[in-house]
Ligand binder design. Structure first.
Ligand SMILES: Nc1nc2c(c(=O)[nH]1)N[C@H]1C(S)=C(S)[C@@H](COP(=O)(O)O)O[C@H]1N2
Ligand SMILES: [Mo]
Length: 322
């Protein structure tokens, strides 16, 4: 990837927007790597990802916070197919082969079948959106995602009126995901959205972060990002998308139904049975002195996306439908 390194004179501090800060962060990381003659993340999988082609910045979806560093976003992950520790996916996900990749589209739709991912992607222009993503474990990140709205894909396959929900499945393959030989979770990892949630303009299918293809540990080659819901709804390494009539089963609900419901909207007023949900630790990736003051910030209703999504739940009791 070609990166323009900004001269210090290019911007005064007062002019610097979060986007410029993160671009500078990218430039800084690349410059540091070039100077040391190493790649960006020598110790981890996927240190050399291909840059994505044309990507338009969608400034409608930006947040005022500074993005998390690339390094933190790719070394602190949840991806149980590669282990339960936060560092495990970065260390283990190199066995995943993101190409060739096929995705099955199934269920109540005019067009269904199994397609090569690149054929599925072809008609979609890629855009970059900076979203907050908050884990139910009360940490969060701010990440520049590259992808396209799930709604655009759904429209192409023409779901019928019987399609009330969309169900998603992650790959099951004990060669690419050797830890699937263990029953850590029931495999495949599955998730689902109500059709109106799936069609909401915020709901995003991501193929990259920071302008590069998704690192394996972040869910290569294609994953969901549903920014107003807890992180576990954002299913990784998707191989199947089904249009279904009944509310689909979801992995964490199967695992602990009293702790994780179908909706899983970020909601500071509804505690997880074992810990609160009104504060979160923002993982910025700053190290050393600054890390001592790692910000604990207030968790916002719908993770800050209430204006866009609150109307989806009008009249619903969000304590019952958690
Ligand atoms: N297939 C699959 N998808 C998954 C998970 C997983 O274990 N397996 N973990 C989820 C959880 S709990 C979170 S918080 C996010 C983390 O995404 P990130 O690692 O890219 O930040 O992925 C979600 N998607
Ligand atoms: Mo999570």
């Amino acid at each position: 990837m070609l990166i323009k390194i900004a001269k210090p004179s290019d911007a005064r501090e007062s002019d610097v927007t979060p986007r410029e800060i993160f671009l500078n962060r990218r430039s800084f990381m690349a410059a540091a790597a070039a100077a040391s003659g190493t790649t960006l993340l020598p110790a981890f999988a996927n240190d050399a990802r291909a840059a994505l082609g044309d990507v338009t910045t969608n400034s409608k979806y930006a947040v005022p916070e500074m993005p998390t560093t690339f390094k933190a976003a790719t070394t602190h992950n949840n991806f149980y197919e590669f282990g339960t520790g936060k560092m495990d996916p970065a260390e283990n996900a190199h066995t995943l082969k993101p190409r060739p990749w096929s995705v099955e589209i199934a269920g109540h739709a005019a067009k269904t079948g199994t397609f090569d991912l690149d054929d599925i992607l072809k008609p979609h222009a890629l855009e970059e959106r900076i979203y907050r993503l908050r884990c139910v474990e009360a940490w969060s990140m701010v990440i520049p995602w590259v992808g396209f709205p799930l709604a655009d894909l759904i429209k192409r396959f023409e779901p019928t009126s019987k399609a009330k929900y969309v169900a998603f499945e992650t790959l099951v393959d004990t060669e690419q995901m050797p830890l699937q030989t263990r029953p850590t979770l029931p495999w495949p990892y599955v998730e689902g959205l109500r059709m109106d949630e799936a069609m909401n303009p915020l709901t995003f299918l991501s193929v990259g972060i920071y302008g590069e293809e998704l690192p394996n540990q972040n869910g290569a080659p294609i994953r969901l990002v549903v920014p107003w819901k807890y992180g576990f709804k954002s299913i990784k390494s998707i191989v199947k998308i089904s249009f279904v009539e009944e509310q689909p089963s979801t992995t964490w609900n199967q695992q602990a139904p009293h702790e994780y419901g179908f909706y899983s909207n970020v909601n500071p007023e509804v505690d997880h049975p074992r810990w609160g949900q009104d504060r979160e630790r923002r993982i910025t990736g700053e190290t050393g002195f600054k890390a001592l003051f790692a910000p604990k910030v207030e968790t916002l209703m719908f993770n800050g996306y209430a204006d866009e999504v609150a109307q989806l739940y009008q009249g619903m009791d969000l304590r019952k439908n958690f």
